[in-house]
Write a protein that binds this ligand. Structure first.
Ligand code: ADP
Length: 171
């Protein structure tokens, strides 16, 4: 039983995260998505809401579980018996931060490997931050996130969207 951990903020989960998760779920017996409950990072959604949106979005992936964690990632990975950390790499801009974090985690826990997976090209420009910004300014985000996330975002930024859109499903 080889378990991998996919940690992140997931504020909120996007189709890019789900692409990476799908790929990881084919490589491991179980993938545990771990929502970082990090008070120093200002999040739009609570950790509970981010977990709920991830659970709804991954309901069709049988070997994926979702939870949240606080504190040091390597400690949490150890407590879960995880052998690998999954991270997504979109562009060179992700590389420096990810490289530093992977090497720091390796020095803290040498038996834990970090694996980087690339999403499909259509998601390489997608980030939670960008989706929130587009939605806040009134843009349509249905192509970038699952339905449940679209609805959660529209209810956070109702002022910019016509009332008819709020209950409308993704086109
Ligand atoms: P963090 O705050 O830990 O970076 P994120 O939720 O932003 O949390 O991202 C979690 C992981 O998912 C990171 O490794 C990030 O590079 C990756 N990721 C985010 N968006 C995408 C995407 N569109 N395609 C592939 N990987 C992504």
């Amino acid at each position: 039983m080889v378990r991998a951990l996919y940690p992140g903020s997931f504020d909120p989960v996007t189709n890019g995260h789900l692409d990476v998760l799908q790929r990881a779920s084919h490589l491991f017996d179980e993938v545990l998505v771990a929502v970082a409950n990090n008070e120093s990072k200002q999040a739009l959604f609570t950790a509970e809401k981010r977990v709920e949106l991830l659970r709804q979005s991954t309901a069709s992936m049988p070997n994926v579980r979702v939870t949240s964690f606080e504190g040091l990632l390597v400690n949490f990975a150890r407590s879960q018996g995880a052998r690998a950390i999954i991270r997504g790499l979109r562009a060179v801009s992700d590389f420096e931060y990810e490289f530093q974090m992977a090497l720091m985690n390796r020095s803290l826990e040498p038996s834990l490997e970090t694996l980087f997976l690339m999403p499909s090209e259509e998601y390489t420009y997608l980030s939670s931050r960008m989706v929130k910004e587009v939605c806040r300014l009134g843009g349509e985000i249905g192509r970038f996130v699952p339905d449940c996330v679209r609805e959660a975002l529209l209810s956070r930024f109702p002022g910019q969207h016509p009332a008819s859109e709020l209950s409308q499903k993704q086109p």
